[in-house]
Design a protein around this ligand. Structure first.
Ligand code: AMP
Ligand code: GLY
Length: 423
């Protein structure tokens, strides 16, 4: 079967690698892809925001299945438009993607279906929101309702920060995404991520992971898209995972069916594991980046078969087969990330690093410039290694990082510290 993968990051390189191993695959196209996917698939130039162009491409190239990586095309209804054209895809409909596209939608669903999450209130008026914040006190969390490229959440340590966040969001920092705001209770505990494949009816537990959102060692500095991740997350024991399925994922599936928007695709639950057990921080309706780069190297089942089952219905009764090894990925970012990453610096030694034991180097923001490989984004490479333990995976990943010759880049040196502390 011919497959089109949408996206251009490290997540898509990892998806392309796993899809390329499928016995069901004939041709794999990636739009737009990156220099990493170019070695595994055919990168194509199609404007993914132009759904008619994507459909036309699928018709000409006889693409039967489209795998959508990032959230924006999901929220824009690409899966719906492809379905109307008779083309199957992996990912939720526009209505079901509201689980990621509107934080207020998800909070209301949690309230209605008794899904554990922080107490909250929704606002469209700044004065009412400020009065609520003052009545609750700090710490408190302020969130723009819509997609804000990961920047729409402020965990405010005091009232001044909370009010500044409300001024910023209602002031239009995120445009329409900030016309509505969720103010939420601060949750204490350890964060973890959990992924479940869903086919509209059923959900199948897939994997757990933990990422590192802050740019600096020791979880300091500004938030980023993620500076590294590992899978599994030691805190996500079988018992905790079973609770997440029972208390969060399954009621969400039932709630979305009840709302006439059955959820298909991958449900990515951002969790806070506290004294009372797991609580939902947020949902994403796609694979995580960089979590996917630490999950897929552990997958022993055929990814294409699983994604097709999610789209068509009839996911296996489970469980998904994952290697018991730990995979850990270190994000190698361009200097200046996240504020102003410097573009164009040359990167050498990637091939040598990729030959090291257990190592895969995923491209995220690179570009070919003649014979040279250069930085072309914030998060540029994801250096992943598998090992018998988190310690071994980390040692292998950093050994590979150290043979990459890229003076224009930097990475955190402490990815996996939580897993190592628990070992
Ligand atoms: P989100 O974009 O919703 O994942 O939020 C970004 C980050 O903000 C999360 O990964 C958490 O670290 C933090 N966060 C969000 N909501 C809460 C909350 N209610 N309590 C504590 N931290 C939170
Ligand atoms: N790493 C977090 C995300 O993909 O949203």
């Amino acid at each position: 079967m011919n497959v089109l993968l949408i996206g251009s990051g490290g997540r898509e390189h990892a998806l392309a690698l796993a899809l390329s191993k499928s016995p069901k695959l004939t041709r794999l196209f990636v739009a737009p892809g990156n220099p990493g996917t170019a070695g595994l698939a055919e990168n194509v130039v199609v404007d993914i925001a132009d759904h008619a162009a994507v459909i036309a491409f699928c018709r000409v190239m006889q693409v039967e299945f489209v795998v959508v990586g990032p959230e924006a095309p999901l929220v824009a209804g690409l899966v719906d438009d492809l379905a109307s054209a008779g083309i199957k895809s992996f990912g939720p409909s526009r209505a079901a993607a509201q689980l990621e596209g509107s934080k207020g939608f998800t909070k209301d669903l949690c309230r209605q279906f008794n899904i554990p999450t922080g107490a909250y209130q929704r606002f469209t008026s700044i004065n009412a929101a400020k009065a609520y914040v003052r009545s609750k006190g700090a710490p408190i969390v302020v969130k723009a309702d819509g997609l804000a490229a990961g920047k729409g959440v402020v965990v405010a340590a005091n009232l001044k920060e909370a009010e500044a966040a409300l001024d910023m969001i209602f002031g239009g920092a995120f445009g329409a995404a900030g016309a509505s705001v969720v103010v939420e209770e601060f949750l204490d505990g350890e964060e973890a991520s959990f992924f479940a494949l869903c086919d509209g009816e059923r959900a199948l537990a897939f994997a757990s992971a933990q990422d590192h959102k802050r740019v600096g060692d020791g979880d300091t500095g500004p938030n980023t898209g993620g500076m590294g991740a590992y899978s599994p997350a030691p805190i996500m024991t079988d018992a905790v995972s079973a609770r997440v399925m029972r208390e969060i994922v399954e009621p969400t599936m039932a709630g979305m069916r009840a709302r006439g928007a059955p959820f298909k695709g991958v449900l990515f639950a951002g969790l806070m594991i506290g004294r009372q057990g797991p609580k939902l921080i947020e949902f994403n309706t796609r694979f995580g980046d960089p979590e996917t780069q630490a999950i897929l190297p552990r997958l022993q089942d055929d990814l294409l078969t699983l994604l097709l089952a999610s789209a068509e219905g009839g996911l296996p009764a489970g469980p998904v087969r994952l290697s018991p090894q730990t995979a850990l990925t270190v994000v190698f970012a361009a200097k200046g990330y996240p504020e102003a990453p410097e573009r164009g610096s040359e990167i050498k030694g990637v091939e040598r690093a990729a030959q090291m034991e257990g190592v895969t180097v995923f491209h995220a923001g690179t570009k070919r410039d003649g014979d040279r490989l250069v930085a072309n984004g914030g998060r540029v490479l994801n250096v992943t290694a598998v090992g018998a333990s988190a310690r071994e995976a980390r040692q292998r990943a950093y050994a590979a990082v150290d043979v990459i010759d890229w003076p224009g880049g930097f990475c955190r040196r402490d990815i996996g510290w939580r897993a190592l502390d628990k070992a």
